[in-house]
Design a protein around this ligand. Structure first.
Ligand code: NAD
Ligand code: ZN
Length: 360
């Protein structure tokens, strides 16, 4: 059974379709949403053989002209160079304003392909078929696309909303264990910041979640997309501060990622460690009950996400936090829960408490 999340934006709304085996329905999904018959598929070297090649064949079978480009898998491909190569390859294949771009892959492919779609010929229609859990619940919702500069993640980019997103939870079966769990960290995050009922659902379904049960995954991806879409609908361009809640665990997390030189920890793993520290900080500040900290610890542990904040040196963590763009006017601010399902933005947190919270 398939679920649909409708994302209602000021200019145009679009659907996120979620279910098991939905990739097989890509030709119909696209046909219902575009007049184009030239699809530029962007994927990576892992997802190509797994899913993108077959999706391309299907489209060809339905009369589409298809050009498939596979970038090398991994974060380094989210670069201006990779975008440059794609722009030129597209030009060589005769892409024009009537062509569409379809990203089939994880967040790297989605961010890069979306950026190329936003910029080629001043913007092409863009579709996403996210194949990692992180991409399905996070990066494919919200319209942020872009590439990295050396030393500055996501520095070059745009807001470019897709015309449609097709999430196939069956594709998550082939995901490496660490990648799967890293995606679950963002799922837990949604429960903590926005939805106590969802958090309880996760607690009650640890076994099927760990087994990647399709129906449970459909429900989890659907609810996560709905929760993020609710925030994005109210703060489409990240101007009102509402999106800040989504950064729960990320101020600590970004510091841990940087300390591990973006190699030791996956983003979701760093966020899991960051959520532990943030919740601990909230306990220290007397803002949340110890019991809520314990609930989060138990759920993270059950999902294989009890990640330690490395051997993080306190001064280094503080230095990195001050450098993080989410820190306003030299003051440390944190998104902190006051209970499971609700967070507040807390300003002027004393450094001593931040340091103490590192020792979860
Ligand atoms: P990724 O795209 O690098 O994918 C992770 C790995 O899984 C890759 O090796 C990929 O080839 C492989 N893979 C993908 N799908 C697979 C499948 N079904 N089976 C087997 N292997 C598969 O990483 P990610 O975690 O999906 O995305 C991370 C990126 O997303 C980062 O660049 C981050 O900045 C970005 N991001 C963007 C937003 C946004 O709002 N745009 C939000 C969060 C993260
Ligand atoms: Zn994140």
């Amino acid at each position: 059974k398939t679920e649909t999340v409708r994302v209602a934006l000021a200019e145009r709304s679009y659907d996120i379709e979620i279910g098991s085996g939905t990739l097989a329905g890509m030709p119909e999904f696209l046909r219902a949403r575009t007049k184009s018959d030239h699809a530029i598929l962007v994927t990576d070297s892992n997802v190509d053989d797994l899913y993108a090649d077959a999706a391309g064949d299907q489209l060809v079978g339905e009369g589409w002209e298809v050009d498939l480009f596979a970038i090398e898998a991994g974060e380094p491909s989210k670069s201006v160079d990779a975008a440059d190569e794609l722009w030129n390859a597209m030009l060589n294949e005769g892409a024009d304003r009537e062509s569409i771009v379809v990203a089939i892959g994880g967040g790297v492919v989605g961010d890069l392909a979306g950026f190329v779609a936003a910029t080629f010929a001043r913007g092409l229609e863009f579709f996403q078929a996210p194949t990692t859990l992180l991409a399905q619940v996070d990066s494919s919702v919200g319209g942020k696309v872009g590439v990295n500069l050396p030393g500055a993640k996501n520095m070059i980019g745009a807001f470019w909303q897709p015309r449609g997103v097709l999430c196939d939870v069956a594709a998550l079966e082939s995901l490496p264990d660490r990648e799967y769990r890293a995606g679950l960290a963002e799922v837990v995050k949604y429960g903590v910041i926005l939805d106590a009922e969802f958090f309880a659902y996760l607690e009650a379904n640890v076994e099927p979640i760990n087994a990647r049960h399709a129906d449970v995954l459909t429900r989890i991806v659907e609810r996560s997309c709905r929760l993020k879409a609710n925030v994005v609908e109210q703060d489409e361009r990240e101007t009102t501060g509402l999106r800040a809640a989504l950064n729960y665990g990320h101020t600590f997390g970004h510091a841990f990622e940087a300390i591990g030189e973006y190699e030791e920890l996956l983003h979701g793993e760093a966020v899991a460690a960051g959520m532990r520290c943030a919740m601990q900080l909230a306990v220290r500040l007397g803002r949340v009950a110890e019991a809520d900290f314990e609930r989060q610890e138990s759920l993270l542990e059950a999902l294989g996400l009890l990640v330690d904040p490395l051997e993080a040196d306190g001064d280094e963590v503080l230095r990195l936090m001050y450098r993080d763009k989410k820190v306003a006017a030299g003051k440390l601010r944190f998104v902190l829960p006051d209970r499971i399902g609700h967070v507040e933005l807390v300003a002027d947190v004393p450094e001593a408490d931040v340091l103490a919270a590192l020792a979860v």
